[in-house]
Design a protein around this ligand. Structure first.
Ligand code: PGA
Length: 246
């Protein structure tokens, strides 16, 4: 059985006072559900200190382990600060920083080389969905953003339709199910049944306490990557509870 994952992505939000929201989540992990918060890198070390049974992750890393890259952070540094996960290829990084699938693959490999788990994000634009290209786009992103050597321990894939992020719009249950089953099938054909069956697939994009249970009931949805609703324990707690019940 795959252990489910409730992952919070704080994006560029949070200073020291936000750590109270994280410590309020201590005790919400269970044998069936892992809870993860990815705060800004400035809070990683302090977050590790108050997280209790909540795992800590980073939102990006450089593809190199060290060197002359002013302002960047490497995966070994993030590991040293307490991260066990790193998000790679979030659509905001693909858009703001021009990250291609090849760059995302190199970063994901760096995450693995540091002994961490990569949460590789993929997702279509509204224009791509409206023109019927969703599965082609997602399939290409998956193939080119995930390096060879994936396992259930080192890889999580997050399906995040760009048009659903921070908008309050959510795909239908049918659309989410279609993409997740497609992703599972693509992983099976590349990595085989055993490995593909152990890789967790998250849905992300406007997950809220009100819609979480419905989304978690979809086949092949193993959890969520949550932005806005992960900032407050009073929102994220009910989402974790819905995943625990699913
Ligand atoms: P959202 O963000 O939950 O605020 O839509 C999701 C994400 O970008 O991971």
């Amino acid at each position: 059985m795959r252990r489910k994952l409730a992952a919070g992505n704080w994006k560029m939000n949070g200073t020291q006072t936000a750590l109270a929201e994280l410590s309020a989540l201590d005790g919400t992990s269970s044998p069936t559900v892992e809870v993860l918060i990815c705060p800004p890198a400035t809070l990683l070390h302090a977050a590790k200190g108050v997280a209790g049974d909540v795992a800590i992750g980073a939102q990006d890393c450089h593809a190199a382990a060290s060197g002359a890259h002013t302002g960047d952070l490497s995966a070994p540094m993030l590991a040293d600060a307490g991260a066990t996960y790193v998000i790679t290829g979030h659509s905001e990084r693909r858009a703001d920083h021009g990250e291609s699938d090849a760059i995302v693959a190199a970063k994901s490999q760096a995450v693995w080389d540091a002994g961490l788990t990569a949460i590789v994000c993929i997702g279509e634009s509204l224009e791509q969905r409206d023109s019927g290209k969703t599965l082609t786009v997602i399939g290409t992103q998956l193939a080119n953003s995930v390096p060879d050597g994936a396992t259930g321990a080192n890889l999580v894939v997050a399906y995040e339709p760009i048009w659903a992020i921070g908008t309050g719009k959510v795909p239908t249950i049918h659309q989410i199910g279609e993409v997740h089953q497609f992703l599972r099938a693509e992983l099976v054909s590349r990595f085989g049944n055993d490995i593909a069956g152990a890789i967790r697939l998250l849905y992300g994009g406007s997950v809220k306490p009100a819609n979480a249970a419905e989304i978690f009931a979809v086949k092949d949805v193993d959890g969520a990557l949550v932005g806005g609703a992960s900032l407050k324990a009073s929102d994220f707690g009910p989402i974790i509870a819905a995943l625990t019940k699913a």
